[in-house]
Design a binder for this molecule. Sequence first.
Ligand code: ST9
Ligand code: ZN
Ligand code: ZN
Length: 332
Amino acid sequence: MAPNITSAPTNVLYQNGIDESSSVNKEPQVKYQLRIVWFNVSAFIALHVGAMYGLYRVFTSAKLVTILFAYVLYVCSGLGITAGAHRLWSHRSWKANFPLRCILMIFNTIAFQNSIYEWSRDHRVHHKYSETNADPHNATRGFFFAHVGWLLCKKHPDVKNKGKGVDMSDLLRDPIVVFQRRHYLTLMPIIAFVVPTCIPVWFWGETWVNAFFIPTVLRYVFTLNMTWLVNSAAHLFGGKPYDRFMNPAENLAVAVGALGEGWHNYHHVFPWDYKAAELGNYRFNFTTAFIDFFAKIGWAHDLKRVSPEIIEQRVKRTGDGTHEVWGWGDKD
Ligand code: ST9
Ligand code: ZN
Ligand code: ZN
């Protein structure tokens, strides 16, 4: 049974996660002082202001096709995170052939959420040490830290120390992951910023300003926030039908915005399920529909899932009694 850790320390001064006042621990400690990275703070403020300006131009001067293009980029880049970095590369919950992995790598690069390797390393550490100091976006430090604060400061030393022990060798054997990591600083600006800005101008005569602020800046900031809500809102609000002793929760609103990644209580209990949710029928889980489509045409295989019996046992043993509400009483 996992401990309830909602009361873990939330102050900024830690000693590798051990309380300074502890008389039991006499080991020399490395002090952790919160170190804000002002470059990131400025960059994220500028991006969010730019996104607001983009939103204003959506309602005042943008062409409809530009808005549709921004939406398509949100879905594609989102899939590069959900189907790609998350379910495929971090969790190995399904397998993709070479062309599909190439497509997912390109989609993932549009999202600019760091390389697949770095994203997956942080995510594996997040699952293994969830809601401790070693969790990069430890939600016990509050909504803001889990949402974006963790990207605005140096990581807690526990993240790096404990993260060293996480096996990443499988990703280093995937030439697509290695290629993206090696060339990230060239690929990312072109694929995430330059191409999405040029396409609307060259293909349908959009203005440079709209092309930059809508499908590029606004789309990027929107997709980032949808992703971050999984770490913040879905770690704080929602039912816990599978395990009431952990904080990750089932959150419908997050599932809608994050293409099916809001069913976070289920996902933390059964991280190897390619659906990242119990429910089938693609309700609020577009990513599952995407993977199933590629399975149908033979590009995806080895889709892992959890048997209804195992789920039922777990629901009875550790659930909070809301399974009927979240399961809506059916199975696929
Ligand atoms: C972004 C990522 O937004 C968002 C991730 C969200 C995850 C969500 C998960 C939820 C489930 C899935 C839902 C998907 C939903 C999608 C919906 C879509 C519609 N283990 O990091 P550094 C070591 S990114 C082991 O620089 P600092 C390692 O040696 C946004 N070791 O730490 C490393 O060197 P190297 C754009 C680790 O200096 C070294 O430490 N990107 C680990 O403390 C230094 O690493 C940005 O804004 C580990 N986990 O700096 C960039 N971590 O890499 C933001 C580190 O060479 N990041 N090490 O091996 C930064 O600027 C910095 O990382 C920092 C920390 C300032 C935050
Ligand atoms: Zn989580
Ligand atoms: Zn995960």
